[in-house]
Structures are given as C-alpha cells and as structure tokens.
Design a protein around this ligand. Structure first.
Ligand code: 5GP
Ligand code: ZN
Length: 138
C-alpha cells in the first residue's frame, strides 16, 4: 500500500524504534504511548491487511507467535499488560494496516482500557445474543 505509514516504516522509508522483525512480522514502539512509562509496542504483519478478518491464516499464526514473544518482554518491562486491536474507525482504528497494541501496565499509570462501562442483559437476552453470534460463525 503506497500511502500506508506502517508499510513505509516496515520498508525503512520512515524511521521507527523497531524492537523486532522476522520474515513475516514487525514490531516497533508506538510514538504516543498509552502510559507515561512507555513501552507501548505495535505488532503487525509485514504484508498490508486492513482488518484482523483480512489476515491470511498463515500470517495470523506467525503474528500470534510474535505477539507472544513481544509479550514476554513487555511483561518484564511492566507489571502487567493489555493487548488491544482496533478494527475500523468506529472502534478507534486510525492506521489501516492491521496492528496489535501491546501496552505494559504499571501501578497508577492512568490507563483505563479495562474499565469499560458495565451493562446488563434483560432476561433471556444473553442466550439470543449467543445464538446470533453462533449463526454468524457459519
Ligand atoms: P490505531 O488507533 O489505528 O489502533 O493505532 C494507531 C497507533 O499508531 C497510534 O497509537 C499511534 O500513536 C501510532 N502511530 C501513528 N503513526 C505513527 C508513527 O509514525 N510512528 C509510530 N511509532 N507510531 C505511530
Ligand atoms: Zn500497510
């Protein structure tokens, strides 16, 4: 993809703080970390795909291994870690090259990813939702 900033970083056309690269995957430090302690790292396939649903099975397998590898380092960098992956603008995706955010966590780091508002299902609704998702798996 010609205009993709992450493709340009992967090709070395734009500088980035790279932490890992292999044949199919790439990881670098996010320029705007979620916490002041930093370490927030982006992990992605080298090939340009927009959404998680676009990635080939083979690239997804390679990517999960790289995510695990970087996670091991970030679990030592911080005290815990969140993994976030945004698909489409409505979900907060601003760069359309699929990527995983690996965010190391620290005490009182001010990051509130896991504190989404908690809602309730009406009686019988949760089963209907499960049925709908199961049908969408087909
Ligand atoms: P998204 O919102 O698409 O899931 O996340 C895009 C992420 O890419 C953001 O966290 C943003 O800080 C990061 N980012 C955008 N442009 C650059 C860049 O040029 N270099 C680096 N290192 N990170 C970037
Ligand atoms: Zn790209």
């Amino acid at each position: 993809m010609e205009d993709c900033i992450f493709c340009k970083i992967i090709k070395g056309e734009i500088p980035a703080a790279k932490v890992y690269e292999d044949r199919d995957t790439f990881a670098f430090v996010d320029i705007r970390p979620a916490s002041p302690k930093g370490g927030h790292t982006l992990v992605m396939p080298k090939k340009h795909y927009e959404l998680i649903t676009d990635i080939s099975d083979k690239d997804m397998k390679e990517l999960s291994l790289t995510i695990k590898k970087i996670s091991k380092a970030l679990m030592k960098y911080g005290k815990g870690m969140n993994i976030i992956q945004n698909n489409k603008k409505i979900a907060g995706q601003y760069v359309n090259h699929v990527h995983f955010h690996l965010i190391p966590r620290f005490p009182n780091d001010g990051v509130d990813i896991e504190k989404w508002s908690v809602n309730k299902y009406k009686e019988g609704e949760i089963e209907k939702v499960a049925e709908k998702i199961k049908n969408l798996l087909k």
